[in-house]
Ligand binder design. Sequence first.
Ligand SMILES: [Zn+2]
Length: 258
Amino acid sequence: MALFDTHCHLDFAALQPHKETIKVSLETGVERFMVPTTTRSSWSLVKNLAQQYPQNIFYALGLHPYFLSDEVPTLDLQTLSEQLNKKTRQVVAVGECGLDAMISVSQEVQERVFVAQIGLALEHHLPIVLHSRKTHHRILQLLKQHHFNLGGVLHGFTGSEQQARQFIDMGFKIGVGGSITYPRANKTRTAIAALPIDALVLETDAPDMPLNGFQGQPNTPARLPIVLTTLADLRGDEPSMLEQQLWQNSLSLFHLRK
Ligand SMILES: [Zn+2]
């Protein structure tokens, strides 16, 4: 089994000791991890971790809306640009970035920081790892306004089939995570079952987004096989075929050749 966790925060404290988390995940068949970053201080942490696992860990550089304050972090954006200028082959995207309507950070600051990162992704020819909570419509508007055409992934997708298809039409993959393990997530489950198979990738968002049955514990990439089998059941796809297709989708998302 070879699975690609396209979104897990391996650097977060809840996943310590990191070596153990990675070892256990590798043993369950999760061979690759894409670690999105969230703040300036996470960039070097994740870089160090990635250097220890050159075959397994890839990462994205970005500023997550959740950790912003009341001002546009001009210096952080400048440093982000410098980091991207000297990126190595393990840097495969810009993110995680986007908008979040459920937090107190002003919409204006969020949008300015997001738009700056759209610009950096364009400049460096990289896909974007999108965070969107109740902001799908606005994110699509901003991507279009700035002629963003390099795709990426809408991570931790919840929503309707129609919403997902708008992102797919813009070249984005849909990140399928633990939310499909909850029977009450009807809309999302129905949407994901109906989407084209080549538009989907797997993720855990570990240590967040616990799977059904594991509430109250930190999530881990080692649970990715459960997301795969749930997805296969939902879609009526053969698991090993689905696994292979999702692996290919993940490579293509991050422009990896193998
Ligand atoms: Zn995340």
